[in-house]
Design a protein around this ligand. Structure first.
Ligand code: HEM
Length: 222
């Protein structure tokens, strides 16, 4: 098993499976965030359900592990590729054979990670550690006022710009990562390669568009 994980195909499989797991998280996260459009009570109740649900409590450390594995393996693969190929290929006409995203996955991932560090400081740290969040009560159930925390951040224009850029970078990263992950785990033949490329672009567009619309909407409606 450990031989497989350290082999070059094994490393790609680990990257793909952790990537697919993180994509599932993104779909759930965006779905919960869409409750913001339904108002304070709907979003706070959804966020409260997520933090109190026992299944989510189990999934949270697995999610953190998913991020750590995905990042650590990407660094490992990139270093090994650089060591195997110390002289860089001639870059002329590279764009004809590969997409911008596929050639820049490591850089795009690094930029998404930078965004994520700021994002965790904005919300997660304030909710879980520094407790810079108010409380509300609906039908006798007290919970965090996550709605006010999120929507007040989005009144600051430069945060909105950062969140929109973060969403676009994430979209680029996913546009290649989606079909590449399926290809690595053996899901892709001539026909499915094309289909998965299109589904990947749609998936990337929905995720990037969804995460970008939220800060933009709250900047203009507040
Ligand atoms: C409109 C954009 C976004 C909003 C409004 C938003 C909102 C939030 C909130 C409120 C939390 C804290 C949840 C809690 O602990 O109660 C959170 C956590 C988190 N967000 Fe986001 N998020 C956005 C975009 C993103 C993006 C693009 C990513 C990934 C690249 C991401 C990844 C995470 C992670 C990993 C956590 C910590 C785990 C968790 O609490 O679920 N978020 N987000």
């Amino acid at each position: 098993m450990s031989k497989f994980i350290t082999s070059s195909i094994g490393k790609k499989v680990v990257m793909s499976l952790s990537g697919l797991f993180l994509m599932t998280f993104l779909m759930v996260h965006l779905t919960v965030n869409c409750f913001l459009f339904a108002g304070a009570e709907a979003f706070n109740t959804a966020a409260h359900f997520m933090v109190t649900n026992p299944i989510i409590k189990v999934v949270e450390p697995i999610l953190a592990l998913g991020f750590v594995v995905h990042i650590a393996w990407s660094i490992w693969i990139t270093i090994q590729n650089m060591m195997a190929r110390p002289v860089r290929y001639n870059k002329t006409n590279q764009g004809k054979n590969s997409s911008f995203a596929s050639r820049n996955m490591f850089v795009l991932g690094g930029l998404v990670l930078t965004f994520l560090a700021l994002h965790i400081a904005n919300f997660y740290v304030k909710i879980k550690f520094t407790h810079e969040i108010g409380a509300v009560s609906y039908a006798g159930v007290e919970m965090h006022d996550t709605y006010t925390l999120v929507t007040s951040l989005f009144t600051i224009w430069w945060y909105d710009v950062i969140y929109v850029i973060g969403a676009i970078l994430l979209g680029y990263h996913l546009s290649h990562g989606f079909w590449s992950a399926f290809q690595t785990i053996g899901f892709s033949n001539q026909i499915w390669r094309k289909r998965l490329t299109v589904i990947g672009y749609i998936f990337a567009l929905v995720i990037a568009g969804g995460f970008a619309i939220i800060p933009t909407y709250f900047y203009f409606v507040q």
